[in-house]
Design a protein around this ligand. Structure first.
Ligand SMILES: *Cc1c(COP(=O)(O)O)cnc(C)c1O
Length: 478
């Protein structure tokens, strides 16, 4: 492995000799390189993010992705996406600031929070981030007061769809309210440029996007009555990011592509953007957690004859008719950390082991618990695993979306660190994704809590970041 510098603060490891991210997990587990050898940690395969981008471009070439920063604001991921040229969906001043500080031009940001704090609107204005969403009348007055030149997208409520996380109860105006809002916007002399919708995060119905596109088209059809000439459609997020998702990206594309071609053909001149979050990051991250404690629990609960005794078995995995014991493992990341996705994102996670499991090996009823002293902190209520020991590792794949972004350090348990890796072939054939090589046009970010290096206009990324020697971009040694 060789460490490469992405920019002043970020580095990643290039994997050679056919080494995989899984091998890195194994190596990290077995190496003494880390301070606390038994701390939980992530490995992120940045090549996976690049592959997602390529797939997006080939499947939806007319749709520009604006990555939803809230999903995972890892600076490495943001940098790779910035290098690839995506836009960004930001919901707050800090997210806007973070993205601008990468050197991304303000016109590559959509401020896609329909309910914005006024000081954040002022910040957006100051930094020329002028594309933003709204879904209510009060927001229009706010925007009139603080950023009258903003370009607005009306966020509508798309037809109902099953989703992992519904957003419709919080955001989006009912299409029947759209005429009224457009009328108010026109009276205020604001500029509404198009429509946005979000089918729900982790959408479970492939057809939901096409239905949203149809709804949006109906609003486009009435825009000119209010003096607007819409030229932008924002189809939001909700695209799955992992193989195990209920619907696949391909299924969505099969439905969405034709709907876009029908209602918004290239000749319409309408620019189409999307706000994928989990799509880009879910599968890139794997977390390794260490078993810090173990408890063997009651054998066959049927041995307890009376109900009182049954109640005495306080864990929820007590087996019923089996002879074997059940095991409770306490690991060093949980629902107050990366596994907050179980609560907030209604996610399902699957454990795997670092070693192969022999077909003959006995499996036991198992529950997996987080490290905090809260009984709520449970990762798996029930799964079947071989017997494990304190110090063993359990892996959870597909842990990139809505995990580390919302983790806390409740009870004094720190968040896992993350190792960023990329396979050597990916590295050499997509160097532009990992190393900033072009001169981004940007203005200096003022009013920033993050200290920026003094930047002269026109300097290249490396120069701006104080890297005098451009990091190796040659094919890595094998
Ligand atoms: C959360 C969010 C997204 C991203 O949703 P995913 O399901 O992760 O793709 C996109 N747009 C808006 C407005 C959001 O709130």
């Amino acid at each position: 492995m060789k460490t490469h510098i992405m920019n002043k603060d970020l580095s990643m490891e290039v994997l050679r000799d056919g080494l995989t991210a899984r091998d890195v997990l194994t190596n990290k587990v077995n190496s003494g390189g880390r301070d606390d050898k038994d701390d939980a940690f992530f490995v992120c395969d940045l090549g996976d993010v690049v592959n997602k981008y390529k797939k997006w471009v080939s499947c939806l070439p007319r749709v520009e992705p604006f990555y939803a920063v809230k999903c995972n604001d890892s600076p490495h991921v943001l940098q790779v996406l910035a290098n690839l040229g995506t836009g960004f969906d930001c919901a707050s001043k800090t997210e806007v600031q973070t993205v601008l500080n990468l050197g991304v031009a303000p016109d590559r940001i959509v401020y896609a929070n329909p309910c914005k704090q006024t000081s954040h609107i002022r910040y957006a204005k100051k930094n020329s981030v002028d594309l933003m969403t709204f879904d209510n009348e009060d927001e229009l007055h706010k925007i009139k007061n603080y950023f009258p030149d903003a370009r607005l997208l009306l966020r509508i409520l798309p037809p109902a769809a099953e989703a992992q996380c519904q957003l419709g109860m919080k955001f989006g105006c009912h299409p029947s309210q759209a005429p009224k809002l457009l009328e108010v916007a026109a009276q205020l002399d604001l500029s509404v440029v198009g429509v946005s919708f979000h089918v729900g995060s982790g959408c479970l119905e492939a057809s939901a996007f096409a239905r949203g596109v149809e709804s949006a088209k109906r609003i486009f059809n009435i825009a000119d009555q209010y003096g607007f000439d819409f030229d932008m459609l924002d189809i939001g997020g909700g695209f799955p990011g992992q193989e195990s998702a209920a619907i696949s990206f391909d299924e969505i594309v099969a439905d969405l592509g034709p709907a876009l071609d029908e209602h918004f053909p290239p000749a319409s001149g309408v620019r189409i953007i999307a706000e994928p979050g989990r799509y880009f990051v879910a599968s890139a991250f794997t977390v390794a957690v260490n078993i810090v404690a173990k408890r063997m629990v009651a054998r066959d609960i049927q041995e307890f004859k009376d109900e009182e005794a049954e109640d005495a078995v306080m864990n929820s995995v007590a087996p019923s008719m089996c002879e074997e014991p059940a095991f409770m493992y306490y690991v060093n990341d949980g629902v107050y950390g990366s596994f907050n996705c179980l609560l907030y994102d209604h996610a399902a996670v699957t454990p795997s082991l670092m070693r192969d499991v022999d077909k003959e090996e006995a499996l036991f009823s198992t529950s997996v618990w987080g490290p905090t002293c809260d009984g709520l902190d449970r990762i798996m209520e029930h799964c079947l695993l071989p017997e494990l020991q304190v110090g063993d590792w359990i892996l959870f794949e597909d842990m990139g979306a809505y995990t580390m972004a919302a983790a806390s350090t409740f009870n004094g348990f720190s968040k896992p660190s993350c190792y960023y890796v990329v396979d050597a072939n990916m590295w050499s054939s997509n160097n532009h994704a990992f190393i900033q090589s072009e001169c981004y046009t940007r203005r200096q970010v003022k009013d920033s809590s993050i200290t920026l290096p003094a930047i002269k206009r026109g300097l290249c990324a490396q120069e701006r970041l104080g890297i005098t020697q451009i990091p190796s971009v040659a094919v890595p040694e094998v």
